[in-house]
Design a protein around this ligand. Sequence first.
Ligand SMILES: [Zn+2]
Length: 242
Amino acid sequence: MSVDRLAELIRERRPCVVLTGAGISTESGIPDFRSPTGIWARYDPLEYATIDAFLRDPVKVWDFYARRLEVFGAAEPNDGHRALVTLEDRGWVQAVITQNIDRLHERAGSRALVEVHGSVRTSSCLDCGAVVPRDEVVALLPVPHCPNCGRVLKPDVVMFGELLPAAQIGRAESLAREAGVLLVVGSSLEVYPVAALPLETLANGGALAIVNRGSTPLDRRASVVIDGGAGETLTALAERLQ
Ligand SMILES: [Zn+2]
């Protein structure tokens, strides 16, 4: 019933812009961050996920990222990622904004993609600016050094204490403002500034829909809330939006 309502909302109010978080990737076997079995339960973010931690001890932070690259490489896009590609192909979804750095949307085939927290596609040198693609970085593990100057590379992901890439967050904000519907998938909307994107949509007269396991602070302002998995819900949605 809720999926029917969601399909109806998108039909009425398109364009639909999708905002995804860790909850869509857990169905591909990638752990989330904040749940009891999540990444922060095993790795203290202050030691592994801040820019200060990286500058202090990049070797330690790379030990963490090497494991994450291995998990991402072994994971495959799931039904949720694929359904979003289908909906984009059919013209229902205008763009996907994601907090995920795992490249699963790209590998599924999403074309209009805004990665607001960066991605593991490349790593960069903070001294000389060299940009090194993922496959080369993997070959340089356990600690990838810059091929030009020798400094330890930094993965091109946003760490705590860093600003979000201006072009990506600017694009995400303008998509959120222009969206007829902002569909949040697998995000508990707790991490700013991404969590503020739905407020941009609402402030400009758009509607909000949320598909997430568990509640979010914006459930009360959403037109549709589905407490369910991304894969099954988005597959059912694609069946209704031919
Ligand atoms: Zn360098």
